[in-house]
Design a protein around this ligand. Sequence first.
Ligand code: PSU
Ligand code: MN
Length: 300
Amino acid sequence: MTTQNSTALHIAEEVRDALAGNRPVVALESTILSHGLPAPRNHAVGVRLEEVVRAAGAVPATIAVLDGVPHIGLSESQLDRVCTEDLLKLSKRDLGAAYALHRSGATTVASTTALAHAAGIRVFGTGGLGGVHRGASETWDVSADLDVVAVTPVLVVCSGVKSILDIGATLEVMETRSVPVVGYQVDKFPAFYRRESEFDVPWRVDDAKQAAAVFAASNSGMLLANPIPHAFEMAQELHDRLLAEGLEKLRQGNVHGKDVTPVLLEHFHTGSGGVSLAANEALVVNNVQLAAEVAVELSR
Ligand code: PSU
Ligand code: MN
């Protein structure tokens, strides 16, 4: 299957109706639920994100692959499955194999973006984008998220990338791949748990209307970088300690590939006594809210 083959997608009726009526829809990913947040909090967050999208006047479409079939918009019991089953983590390249072999899995930014586009959804709200890992000049570990966003006209709203990545290199790749990077009410690219990294954003917008206008004019994928709300920003010392420990843990455990992000997130969650969990939730909710506002502007 290709993700362009919409007959291989299951689109929830509510989502299909909204798209047909040119009403706003916001895509949501499932890896953040199945691999990024512990149960049972993941379920509460999944429900909350959908509520936030609705409250802003858009329709949520949480995306996951169930028994091989990409689902665009989940029922209550399907969301339950995503939050309780031990799912695969599916990047874009895995969608064909999962389809052919009838496997279930959670979708990353890369696969969610591709599936959202295949369904006709233009806006996607999430937590953090994958990027260029530290040491990538040796390991070649660069998330497929960057390549997919570069070739898919979907607006991804996120809180930048985590400082476990090489933020400067990630921004360089997005420049090379011609992905517009736009800060939301900030001049510095956000670093997930921290509002600002040391790197400037090339463009800044100050409201959802401007963000929608830039996206509409760009005719490409785009990153809208929305910093974590002030009240939830992680203290620099705590952040730096967890990061150093987490990187050491990866080295000692010889962790590679798609396990890197989940292992690091888990370390932050256990090592911060819940501070990183609250931060993670707050920033995703905030991003999804903004994504819905932009989606509403786009459908005007
Ligand atoms: N960053 C986070 N939380 C996450 C992820 C990234 O703060 O849950 C997930 C997203 O689904 C993202 C994926 O697309 O990790 C990137 O994984 P990789 O680096 O293996 O491409
Ligand atoms: Mn990787």
